[in-house]
Design a protein around this ligand. Structure first.
Ligand code: ADP
Length: 357
């Protein structure tokens, strides 16, 4: 078991800096997900923790020991990759036993560990098979088995589910989480998939362009995104936004949108007339009705998913989505009015992107 501390970690390739001073503490036993768009530096950061990539600057400690200069095998970490990296000519058993054999452990010592890992991962009946005779999910489990028998203090997962089909991804998500609950080890998990981050993490680290945008528990980030980037990155369909200028009117402050639409700002928003502000509301928090006192929207597209229906239209020139669980018969071309409950509104400074309320 190990806590991990990153202090001012950065990475340069030649003249290009791709990771800019990351500070992050991961508790012993915590499941932390690094999430962000492709190219934001997640893999580079994880590879620096694993020892596969040199750290250009800053301090890394694993289990209280400075790890900057340590070789990968001295760090007591196990890594599971997107490509399972199995040996095609070795059986499942031999693939899992590869590490212990390389380390010259006695077979009597590692055999029980392999059998226990195989049982835990539902691979007991497949130990004699070659990887090519396994499904994608089973191969991914073999890769996890190999990581598990090392009994590492730290598990690193780099997009481990990206090669699996949608259904298997959901299943393996649950399996990895269950594995963590059983082993109680420290996990750093890299993904670009916000659903994986939301469902698996104790804490999510949202990254963008080599920097951390926000760190927090999944629902903390979902309910109180610190900026426009996090607000739009987490959630599917994503948060709706309306950009405008704050104006003073008879009934108090309102947001004036480019197409002339006014949205009353409820409560006491910390804004002055003239401020450029972006209002955000998640699709599932919008209420629809036929009432006169709402924001009018013409429905352009209706998408039933079974459990819910997505209604698409435009507000202030931006595409908006409303999610409803009712199977109301709404047709494209129909006008509805939207109500945006005060407690579910998010306000951001348009220029800096920072959360206002
Ligand atoms: P992510 O995992 O978030 O998709 P990466 O960590 O793989 O992102 O990459 C971060 C940035 O570093 C990207 O802009 C990528 O092009 C760059 N990069 C990664 N590896 C190298 C390398 N060996 N040489 C130069 N640039 C690299």
């Amino acid at each position: 078991m190990a806590a991990v501390q990153l202090s001012g970690i950065y990475k340069r390739y030649g003249d290009t800096q791709v990771v800019h001073g990351i500070d992050l503490h991961i508790d012993d036993g915590e499941f932390v997900v690094l999430v962000g768009p492709s190219g934001c530096g997640k893999s580079t950061l994880m590879r620096m923790v694993a020892g596969l990539e040199e750290i250009s600057g800053g301090e890394l400690t694993i289990g209280g020991t400075r790890a900057n200069g340590l070789a990968p095998q001295q760090r007591n970490v196990s890594m599971v990759f997107q490509s399972y990296a199995l040996y095609p000519h070795l059986s499942v058993y031999d693939n899992i036993a590869f590490g212990p054999r390389i380390r010259k452990e006695a077979a009597a010592k590692f055999k029980p560990r392999i059998e226990a890992a195989a049982k835990m991962l539902n691979l007991s009946g497949y130990l004699d098979r070659l990887p090519r005779a396994l499904s994608g999910g089973q191969r991914q489990r073999v890769a996890m088995g190999r990581a598990v028998v090392r009994e590492p203090s730290l598990f690193l997962f780099d997009e481990p589910l990206s090669n699996l089909d949608a259904k298997l991804r959901v299943q393996m998500r649950t399996e990895i989480k269950a594995l963590h609950q059983r082993l109680q080890n420290t996990v750093i998990y890299v993904t670009h998939d916000q659903i994986e981050a939301m469902t698996m993490a104790d804490r999510i680290v949202v990254m963008n362009a080599g920097r951390i945008e926000q760190i927090g528990r999944p629902l903390e980030l979902y309910d109180r995104p610190a900026n426009l980037f996090v607000a739009s990155f987490l959630g599917s369909p994503s948060m709706n936004f309306a950009e405008g200028e704050v104006v003073a009117g008879d009934g108090g402050l309102a947001l004036l949108l480019p197409d002339g639409l006014r949205i009353a700002l409820t409560g006491q928003p910390p804004v002055q007339p003239g401020a450029k502000v972006t209002l955000g509301v998640r699709p599932e928090h919008i209420e629809t009705g036929a009432a006169q006192d709402g924001i009018p929207m013409t429905i352009e597209v209706v998408e039933p998913t079974g459990a819910e229906t997505h209604l698409y239209g435009k507000i202030g020139g931006n595409a908006w989505c409303v999610t409803t669980r009712e199977r109301a018969l709404i047709e494209p071309g129909q006008r509805v009015t939207l109500r945006l409950p005060a407690e579910h509104r998010h306000l951001f400074d348009t220029e800096s992107g920072r959360r206002l309320a």
